[in-house]
Design a protein around this ligand. Structure first.
Ligand code: ATP
Length: 374
């Protein structure tokens, strides 16, 4: 099959009637052959972006290019873009073959696509005679048989159960790589985004927050929103004050009982900052210590998390909850047990308290600093 050209989106905005700004000046490139996952909470503008690329809605501002052509304003049927929705409708009066061939001339192509999707043995069945996963494969097949210039998938697997979804996701990734067409896959599931994307684009309230590889998004989130959105429990973010007295930096958050010496791992900015760390970066010993009471325990099977109430240090009355991952094979604490844990200082993230934007610490690359290890 031919390799599709890329998608280029420049300054794309969409304001719906009234003043709903569904998309706000989005710039995004998807290379030929790339699988980009577009992720964000409900209402962040994901479907709107796909509909604009497909030509189903007109942008308020901005341009869209597919390969060498500017397709802004071009009607949908002349864009050669395939869009697959979660609740797709197959033609119930047509067999699988009929669904794949609908509007096509290239029957050889149909056989090839059916083979790729592992549905060759289902070609003579009707949609009502297929499982949900098989129907989803037929819908994908119907989209790719046209050899579109771009493949747009809007939560295509979300109606399926978890094992089927995992299996199809892997197949989809391989299929997309084999076909080499630029693909945007929409999901609101951060774990799915990390598992599937060559790159991830994160949307919130119509604004692009970050684009990057799964590793960049998880390990170097561009702002507080991305930090808290990704990870099974998100990132903890504590507001406090960074000061350098006599040159050595200390981070203090009095409502959480925190006073951490941060030699070598502090950002250059001082003042009100957000300190972020992931639940899995809790370790038994470290100069960055947290003390609290166990407020809840949650097991996800492979990992157990505890919420620690770290208030009450300085006569605080409101709860300050921090999520930590408990070390495996240790006896689980009970509710209200006191617990002291350390946070790996080399795994701290820093954000500006006012803007939420990432600040880089002085210690790059982020390797373990032996002097900071207890
Ligand atoms: P979900 O994950 O829930 O599908 P989404 O990220 O796909 O959400 P969109 O469907 O793109 O979000 O909606 C973005 C914003 O635009 C929302 O505030 C929504 O209410 C609004 N919106 C979408 N379509 C229209 C429309 N036709 N008219 C007015 N407002 C709309």
């Amino acid at each position: 099959m031919s390799r599709g050209a890329g998608i280029e989106i420049c300054g794309l905005s969409k304001v719906f009637r009234g003043d709903t700004r569904a998309l706000d000046a989005v710039d995004l490139d998807v290379a030929a052959g790339e699988l980009l996952v577009l992720v964000g909470p409900s209402g962040s503008g994901k479907t709107t972006l796909l509909r604009l690329i497909a030509g189903l809605d007109e942008p308020t501002a901005g341009r869209i290019r597919l390969g060498d052509s500017d397709v802004t304003g071009v009607p949908p049927h002349r864009r050669n873009v395939a869009l697959v929705f979660q609740n797709l409708a197959l033609y119930s009066h047509l067999t699988v073959r009929g669904n794949l061939e609908f509007g096509q001339q290239g029957v050889t192509q149909v056989a090839e696509v059916a083979n790729l999707l592992g549905i060759s043995h289902l070609l003579d069945r009707y949609p009502a005679e297929l499982s949900g996963g098989e129907q989803q494969r037929v819908a994908l097949g119907r989209a790719i048989v046209r050899q579109p210039a771009a493949l747009l998938l809007d939560e295509p697997l979300s109606s399926l159960d978890a094992p089927l979804r995992r299996g199809l996701r892997r197949e989809l990734k391989k299929l997309q790589r084999d076909l080499g067409m630029p693909t945007i896959y929409v999901t609101h599931d951060q774990a799915e985004a990390l598992a599937l994307g060559d790159r991830i684009a994160v949307l919130d309230k119509g604004r692009l927050q970050q684009t990057g590889t799964p590793d960049e998004i998880y390990n170097r989130p561009a702002n507080r929103f991305v930090a808290e959105f990704f990870g099974p429990q998100g990132m903890n973010c504590i507001e406090g004050e960074l000061k350098r007295d006599g040159g050595s930096p200390t981070f203090t958050a009095s409502n959480s009982g925190i006073e951490w010496p941060l030699s070598g791992v502090a950002p250059s900015q001082e003042g009100r900052l957000l300190c972020g760390f992931r639940p899995e970066d809790a370790q038994s010993e470290s100069p960055a210590t947290l003390r609290g009471k166990v407020a809840s325990i949650e097991s996800l099977g492979s990992a157990v998390y505890a919420q620690l109430d770290v208030s009450g240090q300085n006569g605080q009355t409101s709860q300050q909850l921090i999520t930590i991952q408990l070390a495996p094979h240790l006896e689980l604490p009970k509710l209200n047990d006191p617990l002291t844990i350390g946070i790996n200082p080399n795994r701290l993230h820093w954000f500006d308290a006012a803007t939420g934007n990432r600040l880089d610490s002085n210690s790059e690359p982020r390797t373990l600093n032996p002097s900071a290890r207890a």
